[in-house]
Every structure is written in structure tokens, then in C-alpha cells.
Design a protein. Structure first.
Lengths: 138, 138
């Protein structure tokens, strides 16, 4: 059982993110995008403070690492804002799977800027993602 | 193109950037530390958006809970995702967790009574297949 502990954590992530998307729809409906985004950021910050506490406030610093991590945070939360705007006016059954195709963008950016290889299955994934975007947007 | 589609595509692009920047960040610092810098980036944007728009936040707890809860479980998902990656293979964990829309779709369908057309339903299945394949690295 211990060998498979990664599975336990993966399933936890699967459910956390699934419920996050669902509660984001409720949040967007009740509070709208801007207030909704502020509330989600409060939730994020609370957990961040807890994690920092458990790390005994020993935060390692590296220029590049910290800068890109902060940039990733900025992209993620601006994405939450547009996500909530979309959820506020659209159908979550379509918006959640469409936005979950973001790894396609990461794969393409990594190919061009980090010179990473696009694997065959990922290539099929990109083609299917494009097809899915068209079908979901109809 | 409908507004929600454009917003969903903007979200997809921003989260793609999130994935790309995170990838660079964790080459330089441990994921745990990167997560904290990410939260700092998110909090800065949260504060800027709050000052810029001064949205009225809900005074009733019942209205603010879904948003705060959503933010908290989103970042908790990231935390357990990193733990899983430390213990298991990314080629299994990334595609598995990419299927999180399944949870949101089931909940949206059962609890929020949202529905889709047959073509959109096919789009959802293709999108999930694409999300799964995009995370494959072998």
C-alpha cells in the first residue's frame, strides 16, 4: 500500500481541483468575477500562510526561481479572473473541460522556449484539444 | 464567437503560461518554495484588483464561503499534486489529475442542473481525452 502513496495524493488532487472548479461556478454566480476572484485569493493566501508556518518560515530564495514562480502566480490568478467571468455568463459543463486544455499551451511554449520535445501522444492531444475547442464552442 | 468562449480561451492561455513559468521555477527552487512565491504573486494581483475596482465583498458568510473554499482547495490540490510528483511518475500523475473536470461536470450536471447538446457532449469526451494525452510524457 505504501508503495502506491502517490496514487492517494493524485486522487486527492483530482478531487480538490474538481471541487474547486465546481465551487468556482457557485462563487461566480453569487459574487461575480471580481469579488469572486478576491475571495478565492483570500482562500489561497490562507493556505499559503499555513504552508509557510509548517515550513517554519524557512523560505529559500533564488532570483530566477522566485521570479518565475511569482509570474506563474500572476498568470494563474488573472486566469482565475477570466475563468470566473466566463463561468458567470456561461455553462460550467463546457467551460471547465475547455479551460482544462491549458497543458497544450504549456507543451507548445516548452517546445519553443525550452527546446523540449513534443511526444507523439502529446501531439495527438493537441490535435484533439483543437477539435474539442471547436465542438465545445458551438 | 461568444464572449464566454473568448474568456475561456484567455483562461486557457493564461494557465498555459502558469504551467510554463512553474516549469522554469521548479528547475531553480523546490516546488514547496515555488508554491509560496506563487501565492505571493497571486496575493499581489488580488490586492491590485481590489484597490482598482473596490468590489463590495459579501457581508454574509454563506456568500463568501464558496469563493474562499474554492481558492483554498485549488492551492491544496497543487500541494498534494507536488507531493504525488515527489513519490511517483509524472507520466502517470499529470494525465490522471488532468481529468479533474469529470468531478466538476458530474456535480454541475447533478446539482446545478446544467446540460449540454450531443455535439458538446462529444466535445467534452474529446477534451478529456486530449487533457489526458497532453500530460503523457512517454
Amino acid at each position: 500500500m505504501k508503495k502506491n502513496s502517490w496514487l492517494k495524493y493524485s486522487i486527492a488532487a483530482f478531487f480538490f481541483w474538481g471541487f474547486w472548479a465546481f465551487f468556482s461556478k457557485i462563487n461566480a454566480d453569487i459574487n461575480g468575477a471580481i469579488a469572486g476572484m478576491i475571495l478565492e485569493t483570500i482562500g489561497i493566501a490562507i493556505i499559503g500562510i499555513f504552508v509557510l508556518f509548517f515550513m517554519k518560515f524557512r523560505l529559500k530564495y533564488n532570483h530566477t526561481g522566485a521570479a518565475f514562480a511569482a509570474l506563474s502566480g500572476i498568470a494563474s490568478v488573472v486566469g482565475v479572473l477570466t475563468f470566473l467571468y466566463a463561468l458567470n455568463i456561461g455553462n460550467s459543463l463546457l467551460i471547465v473541460p475547455l479551460t482544462a486544455l491549458y497543458p497544450g499551451v504549456t507543451v507548445i511554449l516548452s517546445k519553443f522556449f525550452l527546446k523540449e520535445k513534443i511526444h507523439r501522444k502529446q501531439m495527438i492531444g493537441i490535435v484533439l484539444a483543437l477539435a474539442a475547442s471547436v465542438l465545445l464552442g458551438i | 464567437m461568444e464572449t464566454w468562449v473568448l474568456l475561456a480561451l484567455a483562461t486557457l492561455a493564461l494557465w498555459g503560461l502558469w504551467g510554463f513559468f512553474s516549469k522554469i521555477a521548479v528547475k531553480h527552487i523546490k516546488p514547496r518554495h515555488a508554491l509560496i512565491y506563487e501565492v505571493i504573486g497571486e496575493a499581489i494581483i488580488g490586492i491590485i484588483v481590489y484597490i482598482a475596482f473596490m468590489p463590495s465583498l459579501p457581508s454574509q458568510l454563506s456568500k463568501s464561503v464558496p469563493g474562499v473554499f474554492a481558492g483554498a482547495i485549488m492551492i491544496l490540490g497543487m500541494l498534494v499534486f507536488f507531493v504525488a510528483l515527489r513519490k511517483g511518475k509524472a507520466s502517470v500523475i499529470v494525465p490522471l489529475t488532468a481529468l479533474y473536470p469529470v468531478v466538476a461536470i458530474v456535480l454541475g450536471f447533478l446539482i446545478l442542473n446544467e446540460s449540454v447538446s450531443i455535439i458538446q457532449g462529444i466535445g467534452i469526451v474529446i477534451a478529456l481525452t486530449a487533457a489526458y494525452l497532453l500530460g503523457e510524457e512517454e
